[in-house]
Design a protein around this ligand. Structure first.
Ligand code: AMP
Ligand code: ZN
Length: 466
C-alpha cells in the first residue's frame, strides 16, 4: 500500500518510492547547538519523528540521520566568549537537546553525526566541486558559483533573481560574483585555531550548507529517499544542498523533500531572534507535561502553521486525559469471555481510518480523530456492558498500536515496548489472527530472545521484561 507525502520539489502529494524498499533513508536537519532548542524547533523535530514512526508503523524500515550543527559563527563567538573550545561548549547544549528529545519521546535516529566530526567528508566534496569547476575564491573564501548549476532554484521555485524575503542567507559580507553564491569554506585566519581545519585549499572552516550534503551522503548514499526540515530551510539551505551535492556527484540528491510549517506565537514565527519562544523546560516549569506538548505539536498537520497558546496546551492535556481514561478503564474490565463482534469491529474500523489518514500525506489531525472516535465508541460499549475481558484486550491493543506513532496515548507510568519490539509484537498478534501459528511462535521466540516474555490471558496478550 502506498504512502503518500507532499514533495516540495514537485509541489504535489506523491507516492513515496524508496530506492530500496522496505528501507526508507531519511535525513533531517538537526539543531544548531549554541542554546536550548525552543518548541518551534521541536515542532519540526516532532513532525520528523511522527513521519519516521508512521513509516515503521506502515511496514517500512527507517534509516534516519539527524545532524548536529556544532560549528558556525554564533557557536565560535559564544564559545570564545565563554573561554571554551567547541567540544566543551556544545556538549552541554547537546545533552540538553537529548534530554528534551527523550521527554518529547523522539525516537533517536540511527545516526546523529556532528559536523565537526565530518570535516574530511566536507573537504572531499568541496575538492570535487573545485575540480569540476563549480567554485571560485573571493575574499579568501571558497564560493559555490550558482550560475554553474542550471537547476538552481527548482525546490524553492525561485525566478533567476528571486530572493525570498526573510529567508536565511549568508550573513557575512564578501566580494561575491553573484549575491546568491554561497560559501563552501571560510578561510578566516582571524578565528581561533580550534575553529580551523586543514584543507588542500587552505586552512579554515566549512560553511553551513556543505555539512548536511556531506553527512547525508555519507550515511544514506549519494541519492536518498527523504530529506526533512522546517520551511525556512527550503531556501537557501536546501537549495544549496541540492546544488553542491548534485554538482559533486552528478546524481540526483534527494527524491522527496518534506518541509514542516512553523509554530507561531501571536501569528508570528517562534524564533530565537524575536525572543517570542518557549523551551520545553519553560513549559514544564509552568506545570505542563512534555506529553501534552508532544500531543499539541503532533496532532496538527505538518503543512499548516500552528499558533501556540497555553489554551491549546490545556486542550491537549484534556484530550490526553480522555484517551488515558478509557485505556485505564479497559484495564479494569474483568468479565470473562472472548471479544464480541461489535467491539472487534469498532477497533478494526478505527485503526483502518487511522492508518489511511497517515498514509495520506501524514494526516495526523485525521489520525488523532480516529483515536478519539475509538475512545467515544469504547466508552459507549463499556457503558452498555458490551466489553468483556477479551474485548477490552482487543481494544487496548488498538490503542497500543496507534501509540506507536503518537507515543503519548497510553497513561503515564506505562512501560512501552521499543518500536522494533512493538513491531514484532504486532506481527505476532496479526499472525495469530490469521491463524498462522508457526509464524506467531517464531515471533514469540524472537521476542523471548530479546528479553520479552509473552503471556496470553483472557484480557489479551500481555508482555513483561525478563
Ligand atoms: P536551527 O537550530 O535554527 O538550525 O533550527 C532547527 C530546526 O527548527 C530547523 O529545521 C528549522 O527549520 C526549525 N524551526 C525553526 N523555527 C521554527 C518554528 N517556529 N516552527 C517550526 N520549525 C522551526
Ligand atoms: Zn541541513
Amino acid at each position: 500500500m502506498s504512502f503518500r507525502l507532499y514533495n516540495t520539489l514537485s509541489g504535489q502529494v506523491e507516492d513515496l518510492r524508496p530506492l530500496s524498499p522496505p528501507e526508507v533513508r531519511m535525513y533531517a536537519c538537526g539543531p544548531t547547538v549554541y542554546a536550548r532548542a525552543h518548541i518551534g524547533n521541536f515542532r519540526t523535530f516532532v513532525a520528523n519523528d511522527v513521519l519516521r514512526r508512521a513509516l515503521s508503523y506502515g511496514g517500512y524500515r527507517v534509516r534516519g540521520v539527524m545532524n548536529l550543527t556544532d560549528v558556525d559563527d554564533r557557536i565560535i563567538k559564544l564559545a570564545a566568549e565563554a573561554g571554551q573550545e567547541i567540544g566543551p561548549f556544545t556538549s552541554a547544549h547537546i545533552a540538553a537537546f537529548r534530554e528534551d528529545m527523550k521527554a518529547l519521546r523522539l525516537e533517536p535516529p540511527e545516526v546523529v553525526p556532528k559536523a565537526t566530526e565530518h570535516i574530511p567528508e566536507m573537504v572531499e566534496l568541496i575538492q570535487k566541486l573545485i575540480e569540476r569547476g563549480h567554485t571560485y575564491v573571493a575574499d579568501g573564501s571558497v564560493y559555490f558559483r550558482i550560475g554553474s548549476f542550471p537547476a538552481y532554484g527548482r525546490l524553492a521555485r525561485l525566478d533567476v533573481s528571486g530572493m525570498k524575503a526573510g529567508a536565511r542567507v549568508d550573513t557575512d559580507k564578501y566580494e561575491k560574483e553573484d549575491a546568491r553564491d554561497f560559501v563552501l569554506w571560510k578561510l578566516k585566519a582571524d578565528e581561533p585555531a580550534w575553529a580551523q581545519w586543514d584543507a588542500p585549499f587552505g586552512k579554515g572552516r566549512p560553511g553551513w550548507h556543505i555539512e548536511c550534503s556531506a553527512m547525508g551522503m555519507k550515511y544514506l548514499g549519494e541519492t536518498f529517499d527523504v530529506h526533512c526540515g522546517g520551511v525556512d530551510l527550503i531556501f537557501p539551505h536546501h537549495e544549496n544542498e541540492i546544488a553542491q551535492s548534485e554538482c559533486g556527484t552528478g546524481h540526483p540528491f534527494v527524491r522527496h523533500w518534506m518541509h514542516v510549517e512553523h509554530l507561531l506565537v501571536n501569528e508570528e514565527t517562534m524564533s530565537k531572534s524575536k525572543g517570542n519562544f518557549f523551551t520545553l523546560p519553560d513549559l514544564v516549569e509552568a506545570g505542563h507535561a512534555p506529553e501534552a506538548v508532544r500531543y499539541l505539536l503532533a496532532q496538527a498537520h505538518y503543512r499548516k502553521q500552528l499558533n501556540f497558546s497555553f489554551e491549546g496546551l490545556d486542550q491537549a492535556k484534556a484530550a490526553l486525559e480522555r484517551i488515558h481514561g478509557v485505556v485505564r478503564r479497559l484495564g479494569e474490565v474483568d468479565a470473562a469471555g472472548s471479544a464480541a463482534a461489535p467491539v472487534l469491529e469498532a477497533g478494526e474500523r478505527a485503526e483502518a481510518a487511522f492508518a489511511a489518514a497517515l498514509r495520506d500525506d501524514l494526516n495526523t489531525p485525521e489520525a488523532i480523530a480516529a483515536v478519539h472516535g475509538l475512545v467515544t465508541e469504547a466508552n459507549q460499549l463499556l457503558a452498555a456492558g458490551a466489553v468483556n475481558a477479551g474485548g477490552a484486550g482487543a481494544l487496548r491493543e488498538r490503542f497500543e498500536r496507534m501509540d506507536r506513532v503518537f507515543a503519548v496515548l497510553l497513561p503515564a507510568g506505562e512501560d512501552r515496548l521499543e518500536p522494533e519490539l512493538q513491531a514484532l509484537f504486532d506481527g505476532r498478534q496479526e499472525a495469530r489472527r490469521a491463524r498462522d501459528f508457526r509464524r506467531a511462535d517464531e515471533l514469540r521466540g524472537e521476542l523471548e530472545r530479546r528479553g520479552i516474555v509473552l503471556e496470553d490471558t483472557p484480557r489479551g496478550t500481555r508482555w513483561r521484561r525478563r
